[in-house]
Design a protein around this ligand. Sequence first.
Ligand code: FAD
Length: 313
Amino acid sequence: MVITTGDIGGNADMRDYYVPWANEFACYYTTMDPNGVPANTGDGHRMAIWAGGHMELGPLAPISHHMGGPLGVDSYLQLNLEGKRFMNEDIPGQPIADQLSRQPESKDEKERQRGLKSWQIFDSAWPEQIAHMPDGHGYVNHFVADDKVDQFKTVLSGFGLGYTTKAMVEESTKSGGGVIANSIDELAAGMKLPVAEVKASIERYNELCAKGKDDDFGKDSRRMFPVAKPPFYAYPFASAGMLVLMGGIQVNNKLQPLNADNEPIEGLYIAGNAQGGRYLVEYPITVAGISLATALSFGRLAGLNATGKNIEA
Ligand SMILES: Cc1cc2nc3c(=O)[nH]c(=O)nc-3n(C[C@H](O)[C@H](O)[C@H](O)COP(=O)(O)OP(=O)(O)OC[C@H]3O[C@@H](n4cnc5c(N)ncnc54)[C@H](O)[C@@H]3O)c2cc1C
């Protein structure tokens, strides 16, 4: 028998028991069965445990990478709700989500409920800057000028894929609860952050940009752009949503679950998100397709072994 029943993200009790810290992430993408009932409820995990198996040791890794705002997770200045800079912003979406977890919550109940943690801030020079941002998951690197929009219709109407226009950034800032302002005072007021703190943080950041060296957080100088040319933009970053929750049953290299003595349980194989031993602590968003690819590869191997082959991963 092969267990490939997916993750435990849709099972509140298992989440609370194994990964209580993941409760801050809304689970937007629960797998559904044909009747619309959540199916990522860890049924396979529990079947394997009933058969004598055990969960891998944690910390388990939620896939909770941030997708950012109009300019994705581009490495622009971010200020927390105290108006303070708090990280080297030149990191991918998953570590951004991790950093946001550690930031203070909003005192406003509505903002706290939606998980508001920081604001990404850039100025109107962004079209010349985004090509210098990293190229990867959640980044926006390509500016399409108004007279070129027709040539990029397909990509612009899709998931985004890193291309954007001035109109898209403005619309998306407004519709996502962002602020566009002609002065830093106005920007701070729009974000409802302490004006003096915001001004001091931006002044300091601009000073570091001019110096070409980020003495505070060590950001790559190629991505240090001052907040200097109005209008200024600010976009709210809330806690990320959770796609799936990585963490499964401890298996050996043949995909057999192990009992309490770490001996294989004969006749049973596990692959995909029900399988342990793949990710720990943090999902590596920089490795494109790693979840699907390992589910497919180990799934094939588990199937072959269940038919009598004896292949080790
Ligand atoms: C929105 C989103 C985007 C993603 N993007 C990427 C990406 O770009 N790259 C990447 O590598 N990964 C991505 N992932 C993660 C990836 O999709 C999953 O990790 C992967 O699909 C896991 O495969 P799996 O076969 O283990 O589980 P699943 O795909 O969850 O399949 C498990 C199946 O088991 C069924 N099942 C559960 N319980 C039972 C039961 N008791 N009886 C019968 N059937 C049952 C479920 O209905 C489901 O069909 C994404 C996930 C989401 C939600």
